[in-house]
Write a protein that binds this ligand. Sequence first.
Ligand SMILES: [Zn+2]
Ligand SMILES: [Zn+2]
Length: 373
Amino acid sequence: VSPVLEKAPAIPSAYTRAIITAPNTIVMEEVPLPPLEPGQVLVRVTAAALCTWEQRTFAGIDTYSYPLVGGHENSGVIAAIGPGVELAAKVGDQVALAGLKRCGQCYSCRRGVLNLCDNARSKRVPNVPWGPGGFGEYVVAEAYQVYTCGPVATPLEAALTEPTSCVIHDMKRHPVRNGDVVVIVGAGIMGLLHLVLAKRTPSFIIVSEPEATRREKAAELGADAFIDPANEDYVARVNELTAGRGANVTYITIGIPKAIENAVAAAAKRGVVSCYASVNPRGQTITVDPNAFHHREVVLSGSIAQDPDDFLAAADIIGRREIDLRPVISTVFPLSKLADAFAVAGKKDRYRVLVQPDAEYDARRGDTSTAAR
Ligand SMILES: [Zn+2]
Ligand SMILES: [Zn+2]
């Protein structure tokens, strides 16, 4: 044990992590815990959520990431602090981890465009497992990636800091103002997180979603009106619901080109449309009336990832439970059952599915105060 680990209680010399090695294939492996380098923090993982990137990799839709140690939406507890770390947090504190790398040296970082660092992609060695590592018992993080998340939040809620921070980033760039008509396209986890945050500003919120169960969930969380885009004309319905004014802000949380075209057509004068979701496969195009931008001053924009201030805001409000994320936590599995977790994560009645290291999972199972079900 190195001197920097001296104060930390019971840190094992090895830990278990889950690696996605091929489509539908997960290998659990035990690896030694590396010594902390200056500026690093050892975090014992308490929960990790399954995001679409890991789902696509497990399903074999994205094949460029194998062998992947996924898990970039996670919470944990500080287990040890390396030399030269200036964090206010101490061993034992609950934290959320921002997986994004920011070099601080590139053009984008120096312009303050911190979510789009030119060197954000990890350097990879072929056939060596890589990735953010949340699907494991421990993560070695850089201090700047570690954010305190208050003890009011359960580990399951704290693990949703990363996706919440991405939504906060979108809503910082494209804010809701008092009295706005907001349209949220898609009521999966990302649409619902937009809804929870939009509800903080007095506004009229319309959710467009073809699945009835998801519309019901959005209704539970306070949406004011709905569009069923499979059976209704989106543009006509927005106009009907707004007396012809259109939508002031539209957040598109699904990657469907037609949804972007519709949102531009249904935007109010000076309305803003944000493409929050990526469109897959890449290379598709949209057709919009260019006069929407001239005659109606519509803004078509987008959002990805988060800046440090967005992550800080997410960790603070979740840590104090100023927003309640328990309704979007659908199911929890032990880490050793990660494949089972992937099998249910794509279902229409699930929002976020999480895994917890087995010891953590076993410790929580008797606790009925969490929303896990
Ligand atoms: Zn994610
Ligand atoms: Zn950079």
